[in-house]
Write a protein that binds this ligand. Sequence first.
Ligand code: 5GP
Ligand code: 5GP
Ligand code: 5GP
Length: 208
Amino acid sequence: VQSVALDFDFFYFVLQWPGAYCDSRQHCCYPKTGKPAADFGIHGLWPNYKTGGWPQNCNPDSEFDESRVSDLMSNLQKEWPTLSCPSNDGVKFWTHEWEKHGTCAESELDQHDYFEAGLKLKQKANLLHVLTNAGIKPDDKFYEINDIEKTIKEAIGFAPGIECNKDSSHNSQLYQIYLCVDTSASNFINCPVMPHGRCDSRVQFPKF
Ligand code: 5GP
Ligand code: 5GP
Ligand code: 5GP
């Protein structure tokens, strides 16, 4: 039984590198709308407690309703693409993110504003641009995790959390970037608690 959590302290805004998702899984599936751009995609906007835990599935009565985000649909397809198999149009992923995470922020954001906030944060962070400007590119090469962190911190103003996974040759690679966001879902903040990273000191930034 899930408890109904009415409060949280901040959000993790989580971006995923598609090259790492596809690599480590051996396979991923492109959405029905086609191969996503070689860019970070949104994974989710996750309410969190400053002690490190989080609420989830807060309101079983609040279902994802496509008609409430129809004006955002083409941007969701571009910026929040699903890579899970079998190929689908993304509604499954957005439904999961809304039901598991979004419903725990309903006191702050309705469904439309929740997804719109994710899209705006992605644009605001502009992470691929920030990294490539610093010479950190998705070219299968290895980069110092410290350089990645420092580059993002200088651009955004706050240190990111970085999560890695392993490809089939056990290379540590850049998988997800976590940025902390205030409860209005509009401003980046200092992370009250960092997610668990599991990165080696040098990580591969895989091609996609
Ligand atoms: P799912 O995404 O199927 O719910 O869960 C897959 C699990 O595999 C996640 O809980 C996550 O911890 C783990 N995982 C680690 N790295 C990756 C990755 O690159 N791709 C995927 N799909 N899962 C990963
Ligand atoms: P994984 O096993 O891939 O690390 O995590 C599986 C799922 O647990 C994620 O997709 C996410 O829904 C949830 N999760 C993992 N870590 C956190 C966290 O620090 N905060 C929140 N809110 N959810 C998390
Ligand atoms: P979480 O529970 O961690 O918020 O989200 C992970 C869930 O979303 C998993 O069940 C996974 O199968 C599904 N999912 C669908 N598309 C994607 C995707 O592109 N990336 C990740 N990480 N999970 C996805």
